[in-house]
Design a protein around this ligand. Structure first.
Ligand SMILES: [Fe+2]
Length: 385
């Protein structure tokens, strides 16, 4: 078999570590920049890490959710250092990758924009500072991937993609996940599930990515509900954190596919958290892909411990247990989906999908998915004009 994408990931993953011990040891007295969010800054994280590792040369403490290109480009003026440390969720890690790329470009915006907007490769001699990622959510996988999502100010999704942007290290400290609120636990956990499932029904899949996906799906199946019901269950948090990183390894080989392709307008236009937007269609996307090649979903069935034919029903029952319908229904109604037109796919991601898809089919999948979720209907009716 020809591996269409590199299956190796150079990031060193430090499992189950106290970040206040691991990160200072990795910094090793070098000059560093800290990137985090206002939320983590408010929890005393900056004081804690600078107390343990010494003062950074610069602190970025205001990364917003879904950072826009205009925000990331402002990071070009942040003082450069020997390495970058990102403490936060996917938005923080993605902004840190943008910062590292821009600093390596000496703050030059045009090649950065040409890469995001037109897919132009970054310069051959680009040498970004090493990036240490400390993920505080369990879902994005950004701590082990070479890409970052950056949003156009016109609500278009761009990808920063370069193998030199793989983080050098990922420090997994499950205690950082204890404070996650329920919706973030749900959304991030389902993002990880979606990464694993999308790796399976993906044209770039390999035997290795299938095995990684099965492992991640099985662990998420066994631990996400526990993390939702008992937020301070450190074992469930630890397992979800590892599953998310394993799903990131699988996705790092394959990229994402149809469920992610459909998700972007829901985040851009309705503010739906990414993890909800890329997961509520999973049962219907599974069914759609089974129509092309049922056996290809065997790795998912193995993770869910069910028959392949039962995957959509098992997912729906599980989603109902987690009350996904109510969460999704807060952001979008059936009428909203009707108003989306037929441009509900991001072509590069849809092209990765096992079965070809057009805009009308994607819209039908989204609408049916919303209707199939218990609890979304009532919210939907209330939200409809
Ligand atoms: Fe995702």
């Amino acid at each position: 078999m020809v591996l269409r994408r590199p299956s190796h990931c150079p990031t060193v993953v430090h499992l189950d570590r106290d970040y206040l011990e691991a990160v200072p040891a990795l910094i090793g007295g070098r000059k560093w920049v800290l990137v985090t969010s206002a939320g983590w800054a408010g929890r005393g994280t900056i004081k804690a890490i600078t107390g343990a590792a010494g003062a950074p040369v610069a602190v970025v403490d205001d990364v917003p959710e879904n950072p826009a290109i205009s925000y990331v480009e402002k990071l070009a003026s942040v003082k450069a250092a020997d390495l970058v440390v990102a403490i936060g969720g996917g938005s923080v890690m993605d902004a840190a990758k943008g910062l590292a790329a821009l600093q390596a470009l000496a703050g030059e915006i045009p090649p950065f924009e040409a890469h995001l907007r037109d897919g132009e490769p970054l310069p051959e001699d680009l040498a970004p500072a090493p990036l240490i990622c400390v993920p505080t959510t369990s879902g994005t996988g950004s701590e082990v991937t070479r890409w970052a999502t950056i949003w156009g100010d016109e609500k278009v999704k761009f990808s920063l993609t370069d193998s030199r942007l793989y983080p050098s290290d990922a420090v997994l400290d499950p205690s950082l996940c204890i404070s996650k609120p329920r919706e973030l636990t749900l959304a991030s956990g389902l993002d990880a599930l979606s990464h694993a499932m999308e790796a399976v029904w993906n044209n770039n899949h390999t035997p290795e990515s299938d095995r990684l996906a099965t492992t991640a799906i099985g662990s998420i199946r066994n631990h996400l509900l526990i993390a939702l019901e008992r937020p301070d269950d450190i074992e469930a948090r630890r397992e979800m954190q590892v599953a998310s990183t394993i799903a990131g390894f699988a996705m790092g080989t394959t990229q994402t596919a149809l469920a992610h392709s459909i998700s972007y307008p829901f985040t851009a236009l309705f503010g739906m958290p990414h993890g909800l937007a890329c997961s509520f269609t999973l049962p219907a996307v599974a069914e759609y892909n089974m129509g092309a090649d049922q056996d290809r979903l065997g790795a998912i069935a193995e993770g869910l411990e069910c028959e392949i034919a039962d995957i959509p029903a098992v997912l729906l029952a599980w989603f109902d247990e987690m009350m996904l319908g109510a969460a999704v229904g807060r952001y979008v109604s059936a009428a909203d989906i009707d108003g989306l037109g037929e441009n509900l796919i991001t072509r590069a991601r849809a092209a990765n999908n096992l079965r070809a898809v057009d805009g009308a089919t994607a819209k039908d999948i989204a609408k049916r998915s919303l209707g199939d979720l218990s609890g979304a209907g009532a919210e939907t009716a209330a939200a409809a004009p």
